[in-house]
Design a protein around this ligand. Sequence first.
Ligand SMILES: Cc1cc2nc3c(=O)[nH]c(=O)nc-3n(C[C@H](O)[C@H](O)[C@H](O)COP(=O)(O)O)c2cc1C
Length: 184
Amino acid sequence: MKAIIAPRPIAWVSTVSNAGIGNLAPYSFFNMVNDRPPMLMFSSIGRKDTVNNIAETGEFSISTASRSQVDVLNCTSQNFEPTVDEFDLAGLARKAASLIRPAGVAGSPAILECRSVEVRQLTTLAGQLIDTWMVIGEVLAVHLSQDCIVDGVYRTELANPVLRAGYAGDYWEIADPGKFVLDR
Ligand SMILES: Cc1cc2nc3c(=O)[nH]c(=O)nc-3n(C[C@H](O)[C@H](O)[C@H](O)COP(=O)(O)O)c2cc1C
C-alpha cells in the first residue's frame, strides 16, 4: 500500500508539550482535506509524542521539507524519549510562530500554523479500535520562504519538495521538467 499510495507529501510536525518541551517529527500519512478554511490531516501509527502534545495543547506547526533537508528530516524521525527536543538534537533553527507556541523549521519552504479540530482514534471495518490516531487541523497562518515566490506566486518547483515512497528508504524528488498544466 505504501508503494501504491506514493509518492506522498511529508509533514514535518512541530509541537510543544504542556511542560514546554519541543518536538519535531516527519509524517507522510499526510494531506490537505479542505480548502476553505484550509484543513489538513496526518496520522500516527501508534500514539506518538506528537499526538500526545497535540491532545494536550491543541497546537501544531507543519513545515514542508525540500530535497536539501532530507538528511536532517530523517534524523528527526528517530524514536527519542519525550524529553528530547529534536530541534536541538538535529541542530535546527526555529522560526517563531505568530499565533501558536510551536515554532516551524527555519529555512523550510512553507510553515503552516495549525490548531487541531479533531484527534481521532481509528476503528476498523469490524469496529475494533486500533492504535492509530488521525489528527485533523485547521490552518491559521502560513509563512512562505521568499525564495519560493516569483511575482507574488508560490512556485512549488522552487520549493523542491521531498516526497516519501513505498519501501524502507524510498523517497522521491520532482524531476525537472516535471510540471505541466492541463485545462480543466
Ligand atoms: C519520511 C518519514 C515519514 C514518516 N511518516 C510517518 C507517518 O505518517 N506516521 C507515523 O506514525 N510515523 C511516521 N514516520 C515515523 C515517525 O517520524 C517516527 O516514529 C517519529 O519518531 C515520531 O516522533 P514523535 O514520537 O516525536 O511524534 C515517518 C518517518 C519518516 C522518516
